[in-house]
Design a protein around this ligand. Structure first.
Ligand SMILES: Cc1ncc(COP(=O)(O)O)c(C=O)c1O
Length: 388
């Protein structure tokens, strides 16, 4: 009998599938998946529509992405972070950030290499490493403030370490890594000649004056870093699956060699629209942050009213809430209870951990606030039942 590969046979169906199905079955307000329930900016949608009709964007684009978009990506990085990126040899457009991370790993990591993974991690990272035959080495963020222990991080670096997967602003904790944390990581990467794959898809989602700093902008780090971005988060078009990597040509060449045999190229009309999006004026990004600050506060209010303990996130559109004052049980039991009996779906975060460290999040639930105000208000109304 033909059967699946050993490589994937250990992969369970993702927790998102289970919770989405449960939410649908019980008519729950879904604060599980990070999927906005509102549309992206009209000028970006209109640019996609024009691209579909102008007869110039319906066939294969250049493999690394269309030149105007690569220039817009380099321009965006220069405008916000003052970094000089080579739009010709230092940028590749990918079908979303998930594929960008996988492609970067394929192009830069060998079988048997160790890759440091900060927990909780974005759910594709570890299966990516398993598919590659690389070894994840876990370093947890410690609750309640979700901070790194410098000694644990230092101890994770060995002669076999090839890369570290960094994600800031961080899903699911909502943390934005501080300058001191970034300097610690940078110092270790330079000392051990390790590459950072830096997933910065929430770069524009920071609140209360918190500033996102790409680790590539730290002294000596540009040559050590491949940075990953996504159109989906900043422009509320997650369904377009359009992303990119940028970095020094020496590393991007490795990513490009993998990219040409993984997807070769990326959806052409979305690239035309992405060019318009990345060139939007500063006011777009400011209004986007203000909108999300209000949504975050709406959700925080609802969770406090339900008796859950939260840490105010300074980035992303996720937060973790501790339910131990109102529920006896683990995070999966809580997520199923909340979805089924209270009518609000959330994600149990122990799925983003190694077995060794999962206990650190066993009384936490992840909530997404990329939802309309009406949705968040309805969630708050339902959550109040938890307290009673
Ligand atoms: C940290 C992180 N990286 C990558 C992605 C996926 O981005 P894309 O939809 O562009 O593949 C997400 C989406 O939730 C994410 O949270």
């Amino acid at each position: 009998m033909p059967s699946m590969s050993k490589r994937v046979s250990g992969f369970a169906t993702t927790i998102f599938t289970e919770i989405n199905e449960l939410a649908l079955q019980h008519g729950a307000v879904n604060l599980g998946q990070g999927r906005p329930d509102f549309d992206g900016p009209p000028e970006v949608i209109e640019a996609a529509e024009r691209a579909l009709r102008d007869g110039k964007h319906n066939q294969y684009p250049p493999g690394i992405g269309i030149a105007p978009l690569r220039e817009a990506i380099a321009g965006h990085v220069s405008r916000f972070y003052g970094l000089e990126v080579d739009a010709g040899r230092g940028v590749i457009v990918t079908p979303g950030a998930t594929v960008a991370v996988f492609t970067a790993l394929m192009g830069l990591i060998d079988r048997g290499d160790e890759v440091i993974v900060i927990e909780p991690y974005f759910d594709s990272y570890v299966p990516n490493l398993v598919m590659l035959g690389a070894t994840p080495v876990y370093v947890p963020l410690h609750p309640p403030e979700w901070t790194l222990d410098p000694d644990e991080l230092r101890a994770a670096f060995t002669p076999h370490t090839r890369a570290i997967l960094l994600n800031t602003p961080h899903n699911p904790t909502g943390r934005v890594f501080t300058q001191a944390e970034l300097e610690l990581i940078a110092g270790l990467c330079i000392e051990h000649d390790v590459t950072v794959i830096s997933d910065e898809v929430y770069e524009h989602l920071t609140f209360d004056g918190a500033l996102h700093t790409p680790i590539a902008s730290l002294p000596g780090m540009f040559d050590h870093t491949v940075t990953v971005g996504s159109l989906g988060k900043t422009f509320s078009v997650t369904g377009w699956k359009t992303g990119w990597v940028y970095g020094p040509p020496a590393l991007i060449e490795g990513v490009a060699r993998a990219h040409q045999y993984i997807t070769f190229s990326t959806h052409h009309p979305s690239q035309a629209a992405a060019t318009v999006a990345l060139n939007l004026p500063g006011s777009y990004f400011e209004e986007f942050q203000a909108m999300y600050t209000a949504k975050r506060d709406l959700l925080l209010g609802g969770l406090a009213g339900a008796g859950l303990k939260t840490r105010t996130p300074e980035g992303t559109y996720f937060l973790l809430a501790d339910f131990s004052d109102v529920f006896d049980g683990d995070d999966l039991e809580f997520a199923r209870h909340l979805t089924t009996d209270i009518g609000v779906a959330c994600i149990p975060p122990t799925f983003f951990y190694s077995t060794e460290h999962a206990h650190m999040a066993s009384t936490q639930a992840r909530f997404a606030f990329c939802k309309s105000d009406t949705t968040l208000q309805e969630a708050a109304r339902r959550l109040a039942a938890l307290h009673r």
